[in-house]
Design a protein around this ligand. Structure first.
Ligand code: ZN
Length: 358
């Protein structure tokens, strides 16, 4: 029986129900990668495990992972977040107890979807903190029929070694702040959709997501130092927003018009900018459309070292304008401020110029 939104579970279940799936355990702290074996042992049993990982990451933490696991893992190198790599991980994992995704983004997305398809547990071991996919039930993959995340399952466990994550490039950590601050407009869009379309709105999950956005807005100067304490704040914020999506049963508290803008840029310029960087820039403009303090968003992003102008990530003015005018078309059922305002090229240009994005 499928238990997703809007699917009939049983004639005895009221319509409007939804399923909350959440990570079962989170281990966070300096050096915790050394206890990875204990962390996954309930799922691994005495059998083997698959570790999905990018090549850079593998060279950085491979020794630590191998020393921590009691069994020799099967390493699968993930070069891209696409279906071909999901198939490769699945082929390696058919008779193993679980999949562990070790990396910044691609390996976690690929491992998460492979484990979901095989109905086996997935463990997320982030080596950077550039977006909330480390804990969310969603996987973002290229080559699908739609350029946004698909529903899978949240990781059973997340092991976040702050020593490892704090040594990630600052650009990745600043991008994570961009993904966090984007919850500000995502929640505004969700509230708007609730008012206009009657869509379900969960104030608890919305508040949880907003709390993470406020961590960036309120503490951008200290957060931007990316010392171990602030990296821990960032990671806990990203884990919380993934949990907010699990509670909402949808990506609504984490992804609104600013994400649609980012996804449209993914199509126009796949190699330019990181997910959180594009979402952060989108949040500045969507905040202005919502009538909230966009200058505060821009300043917070600047303080953490995230880009606030499209040219900083190699995106030209015309692409920004095209993305603003067309972003809502890639996911028409997701009502946001862009559905309401329907920007023309002229109004899009004015918005981008007035917020300093172009
Ligand atoms: Zn995101």
């Amino acid at each position: 029986m499928a238990l997703n939104h809007n699917q009939s579970a049983s004639p005895h279940v009221d319509p409007g129900y939804h399923l909350m799936e959440l990570p079962t355990k989170v281990l966070i702290g300096g050096g915790v990668i050394s206890v990875l074996g204990d962390f996954v042992k309930d799922s691994a049993g005495g059998g083997r495990v698959v570790v999905a990982s990018g090549s850079n990451v593998a060279s950085k933490v491979r020794k630590a992972v191998e020393e921590a696991l009691p069994m020799e893992p099967i390493w699968v190198e993930v070069a891209a977040a696409d279906i071909r790599n999901v198939d490769r991980v699945m082929a390696a994992a058919t008779s193993t107890g679980c999949i562990i995704g070790v990396g910044g983004g691609k390996s976690v997305d690929v491992g998460k979807l492979a484990a979901f398809k095989l109905h086996i547990p997935f463990y997320s071991v982030p080596t950077s903190a550039s977006h909330d996919g480390i804990s969310s039930p969603f996987a973002s993959l290229k080559g699908l029929d739609r350029p946004y995340s698909i529903m899978a399952k949240p990781p059973l466990g997340i092991l976040a070694d702050i020593d490892v994550i704090a040594s990630a490039p600052r650009r990745l950590l600043a991008s994570g702040c961009g993904d966090l601050v984007s919850k500000l407009t995502a929640v505004k869009d969700w509230e708007l959709a609730h008012r206009v379309t009657g869509e379900y709105f969960g104030s608890y999950s919305a508040s949880l997501a907003l709390m993470s956005a406020n961590t960036v807005l309120d503490h951008s100067r200290t957060l931007g130092s990316f010392d171990k304490e602030s990296v821990r704040e960032l990671v806990e914020g990203l884990i919380s927003t993934g949990v907010a999506a699990g509670i909402a049963g949808s990506s609504r508290p984490c992804s609104g018009s600013e994400h649609l803008f980012s996804h449209y840029l993914d199509v126009l310029a796949p190699e330019s900018g990181l997910h959180g960087e594009k979402c952060g820039i989108g949040t500045i403009m969507m905040a202005k459309l919502h009538g909230i303090d966009w200058r505060r968003v821009r300043l917070a992003l600047k303080n953490v070292g995230a880009p606030v102008e499209a040219s900083q990530i190699g995106i030209g003015d015309s692409m920004v304008i095209e993305a603003l005018t067309k972003a809502s078309t890639i996911r028409p059922e997701r009502y946001t401020i862009l559905s309401r305002r329907k920007l023309t090229r002229r109004s899009a240009s004015l918005l981008a110029k007035s917020t300093g994005v172009i």
